[in-house]
Design a protein around this ligand. Sequence first.
Ligand code: PGA
Length: 255
Amino acid sequence: MRTPIIAGNWKMHKTLAEAVQLAHEIREATADINGVEIVLCPPFTALGAVEGVIAASKVGLGAQNMYWEEQGAFTGEISPLMLDGLCDYVILGHSERRQFFGETDEGVNKKIKAALSHHLIPIVCVGENLAQNEAGETAAFVGGQVKAAFAGLSAEDAIKVIVAYEPIWAIGTGKNADPATANSIIGLSIRGAIAEMYNEDVAQQVRIQYGGSVKPDNVEAYMSQPDIDGALVGGASLKTESFVALVKGALVKVR
Ligand code: PGA
């Protein structure tokens, strides 16, 4: 049984005061919801303050990125050592990092290993762009990204990783992927790649989210799919009402 997980990726939004306010509201509004793992990923500037707000609640905390070295002359970067003990999750290889900041499969793999060695659960993003999707290359491309991400991980570490399947053309566009199609990419290409690397048992244990224009009115359609274990959400995670509606939508998995 894979616990459903809804993660809010706040991206480059929210001042310190706004982040504290949103986290506070979400903590209150989700206090009675059980069976769904909830994760907030504020910008680095608000991590410490949000940690204080959600401490001792069921709401978890994640960073949006991280460098793989523990310390050194890497101006502007944040290390796994700095996140260790501050948060529990870290989003790695988001398509915006890959597109705008030149992140590679190799670098993402190093980050995943660094995160795991510092008690952080990586939420690893994969997904094809529109041209690849239209050319019918999705399965091969996404399968390749997964294999590159998991390269060199033990089975014990592999089952800790959360994968987020986020078709780039669906992120922030309102053009969400068809739930059944997303389910089959997740089941066949992503779980399939993990099964090829390890075995079916490992593949069945890894949690895989869908991301890309998930909203309150479509979340249940995704969460009703057997291979989709949760959602990584940008836009709809920025307001208490819509984020809480997403968490409630994930309850279809636990009913
Ligand atoms: P979106 O973003 O929900 O705004 O489409 C998803 C993401 O980038 O994680």
